[in-house]
Design a protein around this ligand. Structure first.
Ligand SMILES: C[S@@+](CC[C@H](N)C(=O)[O-])C[C@H]1O[C@@H](n2cnc3c(N)ncnc32)[C@H](O)[C@@H]1O
Length: 323
């Protein structure tokens, strides 16, 4: 690999090898998913029971995630990665990815519409569950690091979740912040019906409300202390208008956190992020774009929040406090 990407393939044999490697990688992911689903791979390690489990584990061994021929175990790095409680999220993210790939290839029937509207309910549910950790992270890490928010959410506090989907992120936020009230907005009636099921199942009817409204049509004024806005899911023509509506909807001194794909990674990761953002009809936001658009919507104290490797970029920005 060079900074520009790999060397171009010079023969048909080399081209065929690259393509088979990509197909093999999909099977490795399916094997990983099998081990998670069967419970053979958990936060405690590997417990292989069937021949299929062993075969799946050897695919993981071939990419360095499993070690030991006689008694296969998770490689230290993978054990460390999965023992932090994020395994369920990773599993759901894998299901969502594989289902989105299948929809993109016409294998899973697409619904009418573009972007998220094209995904079936199972994909929306898996994507929602994979985003739940985002709600917990906002509560545990963003709130304590953004001035004034810990105090507001200790006493109540209002959170706005833009693109609430099936409400998994919003529900996880409610559970991490037991005094908070949450409003989630979305443009798809079908996801909001699924969101209602999440809200009922989690007993959150009194604190979590969902509304069928587009962010660019939000009319609330000074109602929220914190808002979450995921750029990769919001159309490019909507994003700047949405930022202004959210600025109006925040209370003085309230904060917005914007999630964005990373475009400064290696060539493969960057091009995949670009493709996924395009497919879901979203905004590819670079760090410069993020700062410029937040600034022109009137936000102050714009900064990037630290995130772990492989996680999306997060930008925080504040509505100027009136003193
Ligand atoms: C990937 S989903 C969000 C998943 C969500 N965190 C969950 O827990 O399910 C992104 C959502 O953004 C919604 N969306 C797209 N454009 C929107 C807009 N202009 N205003 C509000 N929501 C929008 C989509 O309908 C979709 O449900």
């Amino acid at each position: 690999m060079t900074d520009q990407g790999p060397e171009p393939v010079a023969s048909s044999g080399a081209a065929a090898r690259v393509l088979s490697g990509l197909e093999e990688a999909t099977w490795v992911l399916a094997g990983f998913e099998h081990l998670l689903r069967s419970g053979a791979l958990s936060g405690e390690g590997l417990r292989l029971q069937t021949r299929e489990d062993h075969a799946a584990a050897s695919m993981l061994a071939a990419v360095g995630l499993v070690v030991g021929d006689d008694r296969p175990e998770l490689a230290n790095g993978l054990l460390e990665l999965v023992s932090d409680g994020s395994l369920h999220t990773r599993h759901q993210a894998m299901i969502s990815t594989l289902r989105q790939v299948a929809t993109s290839m016409g294998i899973v029937a697409a619904h009418d519409g573009d972007g998220w509207a094209a995904q079936d309910d199972d994909t929306l549910l898996a994507q929602g569950k994979s985003s739940a950790l985002g709600g917990t992270m906002l509560a545990m890490y963003a709130i304590p690091s953004l001035e004034g928010l810990s105090e507001r959410f200790a006493a109540g506090g209002d959170f706005l979740d833009i693109g609430v989907g099936v409400a998994e992120l919003a529900a996880a936020f409610c559970e991490a912040m037991p005094n908070a009230r949450v409003v989630g907005i979305d443009v798809l009636p079908r996801v909001l019906a699924l969101a209602q099921q999440t809200i009922t199942a989690r007993g959150l009817r009194d604190r979590l409300e969902v509304r069928l409204v587009a962010v660019q049509e939000l009319t609330d004024v000074a109602k929220f202390d914190l808002a979450w806005m995921p750029a990769p899911f919001l159309p490019e023509e909507v994003f700047p208008v949405g930022l202004r509506r959210v600025h109006d909807a925040l209370r003085s001194g309230g904060w917005l956190v914007v999630g964005a794909g990373r475009f400064d990674d290696d060539a493969l990761a960057t091009s995949v992020t670009r493709w996924k953002t395009l497919r879901s009809g979203g905004t590819p936001l670079t760090p410069d774009d993020a700062r410029a658009s937040l600034d022109s919507a009137g936000f102050v104290e714009i900064r990037e929040l630290p995130t772990p490797p492989g996680a999306p970029a997060l930008y925080a920005a504040r509505k100027k406090p009136t003193t």
